[in-house]
Design a protein around this ligand. Sequence first.
Ligand code: KIV
Ligand code: ZN
Length: 513
Amino acid sequence: MINQVRIFDTTMRDGEQSPGASMTLEEKLELAKLLEDMKVDIIEAGFPIASQGDFEAVRAISQIIKDSTICGLSRAGAKDIERCAEAVKPAVRPRIHTFISTSPLHMKHKLNMEPEQVLEKIHDSVTLARNLVGDVEWSAEDATRTERDFLRRAVEIAIKAGATTINVPDTVGYSFPDEYGAIFKDLIENVPGADEVIFSAHCHNDLGLAVANSLSAVLNGARQIECAINGLGERAGNAALEEIVMALRVRENALPFKTNIETTRLTQASKMVSRITGFPVQFNKAIVGKNAFAHESGIHQDGMLKNAETYEIMRPETVGQGATNLVMGKHSGRHAFKDKLSALGYELADNAFLDAFQKFKDLADRKKFVYDDDIVALVDDAASHISENIKVARLRVVAGTDGPQTAELDLIINGENKWTTQRGNGPVDAVFNAIQALVPHDAVLDLYQVHAVTEGTDAQAEVSVRLADGDYMSSGRAADADTLVASAKAYVSALNRLLGKQLRHENGEKKAS
Ligand code: KIV
Ligand code: ZN
């Protein structure tokens, strides 16, 4: 359809390339199901040659997802393409996405290839991919710094070799919207066969222009946008899916294009990605930030009470924010809790539901009012620690003006209970020293961040921790009414991920460049 824009989600590929944002197989499957429910057209599930873990994730996602196209990324070599084809083979709608650099800078310094050799490689790679699957996307890496004549020739070769989608990435986030749009216009008007393929935008946010550039591409003929939940991606990230989708929806008068996306799931997706990666969403983040619909000033609040349209260009419910404000407490029963979960977009299986209900009851005993954000934090927290090998069993901390601050910690490590008591320069340091004593590791603390889930002194604390060990980085997040317990859980969660990554690497997984 001419006015339809396809949404291509790359949270699990480009998004996962953000330092510290790795996801486990279970997490990728969980996210893939939500993306399918949201009606994402294409899910880029990974880079199969990059590691055994990536290969398995793309394959497993290809097996379970029926409605969305499943895409794997591949460089231009035959081995990469064949591995990618194998990974997406079980998919109902498989796609190979192959790329090569076309800018003078990349061809010379990265590929060490002459332009004519690159053109030959485009022909060979797309031909091979097209012999393996019917749906092939080709990308000109660093397209926005590529000479226009050369880009036209490259695109023409890719189309002739059988590419069905042509992606024009702003790999380094350098373009301005008018420049980026002009590239699409030029290619679509001048390359033979351009009318038989879909043109795609893929923008990085180094200058904060990824969404604007993507929309400009649409105005100039692109009909696919590559984006990621919460704008995750290399360096400053990719265009944020939720911003693209809502811009197209709210400004249909200026951009008469539709997407298939079920917008009421956007907030849930944002929270899920934040929980999985351990990357907090900034409060003022457009569409999904905690403050995106908050009105603080008296004048605004007055206007809102008279007519919400005075200061709101979309209703929060449209994006799945604040669907209900019913406050829960210790007298709320299972039925009310189930209704609340479902209003917040969660359908939990029986055991997970009972577990969440018990945690809700425990929280309600400690906190007078349990708000939506408390429940989201509680359910997400339970889900993120389920499959961890190291778990926090018990923590007791001595803090205050008269040191020494000490932490008495019990961990369950691969099913075995271990405990220690350690001192520290403050209670958090004591807790982290206790973890170090029970699980010796070389990683250093790269980030430690605490924020309150709701208002009030009895609010749950949400803690984010990032650990770094040489090339490895991992994040963990946890919520608890006790800040120190949340800190211990977040640290342990990041450590679980880091050790898992290092183990997978030792077991022979290699990283693709
Ligand atoms: O930014 C980029 O150029 C990419 C390509 C691999 C599509 O991510
Ligand atoms: Zn990219």
